[in-house]
Design a protein. Structure first.
Length: 189
């Protein structure tokens, strides 16, 4: 299989199921941003961090491929609406959201209570987490926009929301583990 097909040379691409749309279609923007997020998470995973966090991030990357597949599937694709997606384990489940919540709860046990917003930064790895968090928020906004136009699975939006929370807590935990300064944002008076 060649990596280049030449079918996108005129500015269109195929959704899952074969429907062709413009490369700037909201559905393409949605799953393209999820792909970008997945790359940022790979960058975090490549850093010298606790293997437990790396294992969670591998699971997240796997789920993000599933999110991308869901977002790449138009709602009118009957064979996928019939439940075939679930049979192929292509679905986001409530347990995926709960997994992120459990991981956040575990990390937060060792963190000081947050009393102010924190400025992104303090260590390169922490900054990578904040960049991924921001890209995740953009992916969430685009998925919400897509859902306003064409219904998508509600758990996709919920998963992206919780993942951005997870990335924030991971940034704080890594700041703590690396003994990096966590600079609070104190508004001017």
């Amino acid at each position: 299989m060649k990596i280049y097909t030449k079918t996108g040379d005129t500015g269109t691409t195929a959704l899952y199921g074969g429907t062709r749309v413009s490369k700037h279609h909201i559905r393409i923007e949605s799953y393209g941003t999820v792909d970008e997020l997945n790359s940022h998470i790979g960058l975090i995973r490549d850093q010298d961090i606790n293997p437990l966090y790396k294992n969670v991030l591998v699971e997240v990357q796997d789920r993000l491929f599933t999110v991308g597949a869901i977002l790449a599937t138009p709602p009118e694709d009957e064979k996928l609406k019939s439940g075939e997606r679930r049979l192929k384990n292509l679905g986001i489940l409530e347990s995926d959201v709960e997994y992120l919540e459990k991981e956040m709860d575990t990390m937060e046990e060792s963190l000081p209570v947050m009393t102010h917003f924190v400025l992104p930064g303090g260590h390169t790895i922490v900054s990578y987490c904040h960049i991924a968090r921001c890209v995740c928020r953009r992916a969430e906004r685009l998925a919400v926009h897509l859902n306003d136009i064409e219904p998508t699975e509600e758990l996709v939006i919920k998963y992206l929301n919780r993942l951005s929370d997870y990335l924030f807590v991971l940034a704080r935990k890594l700041s703590h583990d690396l003994q990096a300064d966590e600079v609070q944002w104190i508004p001017r008076k």
